[in-house]
Write a new protein. Structure first.
Length: 144
């Protein structure tokens, strides 16, 4: 496996990678990302192979927890531990910021994301039954 670097990046960099993730279609415009993240304590991570962005993870502090909002890895780079590396770096930065609880949401239809979260010691805290069962939103938490 080629060397993967995880670096702090910009909202724009993360957004550009997100446009290449097929699960995110249709997606918010960049202006919505900027508005949502404006004025918040944000962590933006970019995974790179050489100089090519291949994954990202974005989250922000909400009251006393960190909300891991969105992330993904380009399909051709999956199953190489990149999402795990992004999550580990995010958790380390969250701990250094003095926050000890991470929250995230996913949907039933994203089984790989749900399995990934559970394998990283997140626990299911709530299920919002909105729409069809595959669209139900699952809220998960993890102590860090």
């Amino acid at each position: 496996m080629k060397e993967i670097q995880i670096i702090n990046g910009s909202i724009e960099e993360a957004y550009n990678v997100s446009l290449q993730i097929p699960e995110f279609e249709p997606w918010y415009p960049l202006e919505k990302w900027q508005k949502r993240l404006s004025g918040k304590s944000v962590i933006v991570l970019i995974a790179k192979e050489k100089d090519n962005p291949i994954g990202f993870k974005v989250g922000y502090v909400v009251e006393e927890h960190f909300y891991s909002w969105v992330g993904g890895v380009l399909p051709e780079y999956r199953r190489r531990g990149i999402a795990r590396k992004l999550a580990e770096v995010q958790e380390e930065q969250v701990r250094k910021a003095g926050v000890h609880l991470i929250r995230m949401k996913t949907r039933n239809r994203f089984g790989e994301m749900l399995r990934f979260a559970l394998s990283r010691d997140f626990y299911i805290a709530d299920v919002e039954k909105k729409g069809e069962p595959q669209d139900w939103r699952i809220t998960l938490y993890k102590n860090v």
